[in-house]
Design a binder for this molecule. Structure first.
Ligand code: FES
Ligand code: FES
Length: 217
């Protein structure tokens, strides 16, 4: 047997390390003579919750939540408001979009405890007295969904987006960023809705629905 003097390791030492690693991978146990791993502290089983009052769809909800709970999980898991969907849980798809004080946000990216005192609107709160919101009606009329999973977020986002355009907020494609109002061309609509992904690619009909509502406003 030869020694590998360049690395300072003998061939035997390398082989013994390999055997010990293989033993561990197969059995989960350290080979005899190997040092024991430091025990990992067990995760706490008891989680402290905090009381929270949320205003959602003009109703008051009292709820106890783990302070690390997102607004989306609070809707869905604690309040039975399952209209807002969880697509990616990473702020990338827009399925969880809701309105907070009139502005659209991704509810998967914010904690519930940050929203005491806010007026929150989910898809369940857009219809009034049995009448669909105009954006909901337009999505139906224009066939703006296929599986419908992205639709609650698309509709909430579209409602927020119309208010942003009416307030003169420019987008990346606006020609005049100082203009007081923004004309909602299809290019503007597509850009402003680009945070809402539809896997079924119902985009043409979604744009048509939003255009209808913007022209009626
Ligand atoms: S679930 Fe929130 S952005 Fe995808
Ligand atoms: S309608 Fe299916 S993901 Fe949009």
């Amino acid at each position: 047997m030869t020694n590998d003097t360049r690395s300072g390791l003998t061939r035997r030492a390398v082989l013994e390390t390999g055997v010990a690693t293989g033993f561990f991978l197969v059995t989960g146990l350290p080979a005899s003579g190997q040092s024991q791993p430091t025990p990992i502290e067990a995760a706490p089983t008891h989680v402290e919750t905090v009381p929270l009052t949320l205003r959602i769809n003009a109703q008051t909800f009292d709820v106890n939540v783990d302070p690390r709970t997102t607004l989306l999980d609070t809707f869905r898991n604690s309040l039975g408001l399952t209209g807002s969907k969880k697509g990616c849980d990473h702020g990338q798809c827009g399925a969880c979009t809701v309105l907070v004080n009139g502005r659209r946000i991704n509810s998967c990216l914010t904690l519930a405890i940050m929203h005491e005192g806010d007026e929150i609107t989910t898809i369940e709160g857009l219809a009034e007295e049995g009448e669909l919101h105009p954006m909901q009606a337009a999505f139906i009329a224009r066939d703006g969904f296929q599986c419908g999973y992205c639709t609650p977020g698309q509709i909430c986002s579209a409602v927020g987006m119309l208010q942003e355009a009416a307030a003169g907020w420019p987008s990346h494609v606006s020609g005049d960023v100082a203009a007081e109002t923004v004309g909602l061309t299809d290019v503007e609509i597509r850009e402003r809705m680009s945070g809402n992904i539809c896997r079924c690619a119902a985009y043409d009909n979604i744009v048509a629905a939003i255009r209808d509502v913007s022209e009626e406003a």
